[in-house]
Every structure is written in structure tokens, then in C-alpha cells.
Design a protein around this ligand. Sequence first.
Ligand code: SAM
Length: 278
Amino acid sequence: MELWYTEYQTKNLGLTARIKATLYTGQSEFQEVAVVDSYQFGRMLVLDGVFQTSIFDEFIYHEMIAHVPLFAHPNPQTVLVIGGGDGGTIREVVKHQSVEVAEMVEIDGLVVDVSKKYLPEISVALNENHPKLRLKIGDGIKHMQEVENKYDVIIVDCSDPIGPGEGLFSHAFYQDVYKALKPDGLFVQQTESPFYHQELIKRLKQDIASLFPVTRLYLANIPQYPSGLHCFTIGSKQYDPVTADIARIPENFGTRYHNREIQKSCFALPNFVQELVK
Ligand code: SAM
């Protein structure tokens, strides 16, 4: 018998993957956690029925959410990842020589444990003995309220704006992010599909621009996410990522998607996306 798994991406559309097996299902205090093995995407982490990451295309998302902001900052030393329980973003962050401390605050310890067991390629840096990693299981919203003037770069690698991640898409949260950053700090957040989440993107852009002098949106093609085109929003206190010195990016950084040209070209927006954020 053939097994198929559908993620309902909008009220009217789903992405259906033929699967070989369900490797894990469990329920945490926050969400249903599953890992399925699919033919097209390989192993996939699924939270509350929503695809989070897959062996097939995870490199695009993780490289783009980590390297674009980190290369937009001239010397990122202290970095925070909020969410990101699968470990892919931290794996990319610790590649940067300048990074001395990579903190991660993930609300759900079960996501971390399951990723370590079923997605070792992605979670490879989630190792207690990693010299740069400081992993905390806790609420990123609460953590943000408690810190001040601490981080060079904050990466909000969150799930959709429902459930435990909802408050990560609010003006109050961005105020705390601003406070937690150093005077020249910057942050990035995954901000969904420019086709299907236009109202959300507009609102976030306005909220972030009301606090940060520099706000930029950038794009990447990510097959598993709704519409295949995914956007990220940066709020920066000082540096404009569009004018970052791309010569600083090593030629052989070991990435499969990100490179010097992508660092620049990802900020080129189609007209309909420019309309959303003007
Ligand atoms: N790449 C993914 C995507 O765009 O769908 C996101 C991956 S990562 C698994 C998202 C993580 O954010 C989840 O593990 C979830 O538990 C975590 N998360 C949600 N709300 C959070 C919060 N308030 N504080 C910290 N982590 C949170």
C-alpha cells in the first residue's frame, strides 16, 4: 500500500509527499513532533502537521538564514538563534571564525532530541561538548525580555505564526530584540511566502521598520515550503546588508547554495514583492 503525507499549506492547497515510513511520532507539551521518510525529500521533520525541514533541501534555508545576516555584520562574535531545534542554523553559524559564542534558545526539548536521533546530518553541531554552543531549552520570547545589549546577530528560526511561535511575530517581541542587540547589531527572521502570506509580510515589515533604521527583505527558492519562494526579513541598527563587503566571504566556505553572488542578488526583489514592503 502506498503512503502519502499531506501538509495543508493554505485552506485550499497542500503539499503531498509519498512516504516510505513514519520513523517517529510523539507529543510534547507544545506540539506534535513527527519524522517521516519520504521519496522526494528524504527524512522530514514535521511539527503539528507542518513540514519544517528535510534532508533534500535543508541546506538552502539554513545557509540563507545564517550566512546572509552573518556576512552583513563585519564581526559577529556573539550570536543567538531562537527556535531552530533541528540544529541546521547553529551548524551554519559555528562555521564563522569570528563567532565565539552561539547561543540557541529552543522551546521544545523534544524537537532537539528527535533531531539528534533521526536527523544527524542537520543536528551535527547540537553537541554538549561543542566549544561555541550554549543550548537552552526555554521560551525565546521570555529570553528576549531578560537580555540587553548582548548580541551582534539574532536569528529567529521559528515555525509558523501559530502555536508557541505566534509571539515571535509581534511588535513587542521586536522591541525586545532591539534591546537585546548591541548598538550595531542586526537580526533576521524567516517570514514565510511572498505569495501566500502577504498581509503578514507587510505587517512585519512595518513593525520592524518602526524600530530599526535599516529593514531589508531577501528571497530564496526552497522547494518544500509553501509556494517554493521563501522570504526573510532583516532589521539592522547600523549596517545595510545590501552594501556588505562580499569579498569577505571565503570562496570555499563549504556551502551548497550561498555564495558571494547570492549574498548580493538575494536582495533583488520582484515588483510585486517590492510593493509589499514599500
Ligand atoms: N525551518 C523551519 C521553518 O521555517 O518551518 C523552522 C524550523 S525550527 C524546527 C522551528 C522551531 O521553533 C521549532 O522547533 C519550535 O519548537 C521553535 N519555537 C517555536 N516557538 C518558540 C519560542 N517561543 N521560543 C523558542 N523556540 C520556539
